[in-house]
Ligand binder design. Structure first.
Ligand code: ATP
Length: 227
């Protein structure tokens, strides 16, 4: 099957206080891509991912979604297709179920409905049962909060996940749980989905990525196929 280009960054550049933080970044993300983003601390990985998620501005360059520039009035639609997952999940009030239901109150997701059975099925793959939904979110462990953050995103069926070190603060088992949720989302529709995964863990990058981009000082240094 031919891959379709979903997301394209063309010559993205970001400068702050005379320092170039992103330097002429060009990359494509096609359907089926499992792209790893690696590089030393401060090389610009998070900033790039956040720029792709429209969470940070750029000074120059273009961002294209399915070959068309992302116009200001399409940002909401774009954000429902391209979801950024932070390395530490935000804290929320209320139960896990309340937190998972919240996105459906937004205008952008009004045509969708919370699917409790689907969530319970997902939780089973990470050794949690339905009672997990009744737990207060603020009492969850870091790993559990990250599971909720991920399920909150993927229940919306995004085409692209931008995963910013989603397991860096977690123990090994929790990290594997996060990986299994992402893989399940990807494997459900690999011909229409893709992700970028920032990781400092080479064995994880080998496990979850097919190709790797290495950043250094705001630039793309190398592009290669994962071993
Ligand atoms: N909004 C911002 N305004 C100004 N400087 C920023 C901003 N975001 C990031 N930076 C700077 O840009 C550089 C790259 O930061 P970034 O967080 O993207 O690095 P990183 O490669 O993700 O690092 P790490 O692996 O430690 O997470 C750093 O010097 C950082 O201080």
């Amino acid at each position: 099957m031919t891959a379709d280009v979903l997301l394209q960054a063309v010559n993205l550049t970001r400068r702050v206080d005379g320092k170039t933080l992103l330097d002429d970044i060009t990359l494509d993300l096609a359907t089926g891509a499992r792209l790893g983003l690696v590089g030393p601390t401060g090389s610009g990985k998070s900033l790039l991912l956040r720029s792709l998620a429209l969470l940070e501005p750029v000074d120059s360059g273009d961002l294209l979604w399915q070959q068309a520039p992302v116009a200001n009035d399409q940002a909401t639609i774009y954000r429902s297709q391209v979801i950024y997952v932070h390395q530490r999940a935000a804290a929320f009030e209320g139960t896990v179920e309340t937190v998972l239901r919240q996105p459906f109150q937004l205008k952008a997701h009004r045509d969708r409905h919370f699917d409790r059975d689907w969530i319970v099925d997902q939780l089973a793959t990470v050794a949690r049962d339905a009672t997990f939904l009744d737990q207060p979110h603020e009492q969850l462990s870091g790993g559990e909060a990250q599971i909720v953050a991920l399920l909150r995103a993927i229940q919306l069926s995004p085409r692209v996940l931008l995963l910013d070190e989603p397991t860096s603060a977690l123990d090994r088992q929790s990290a594997r749980h996060i990986e299994s949720i992402v893989m399940r989302w990807y494997d459900d529709a690999p011909d229409s989905r893709a992700y970028i995964w920032v990781s400092h863990d080479p064995s994880q990058a080998d496990r979850v990525c097919d190709s790797l981009i290495t950043m250094h000082a705001g630039q793309i240094q190398t592009r290669r196929t994962a071993p």
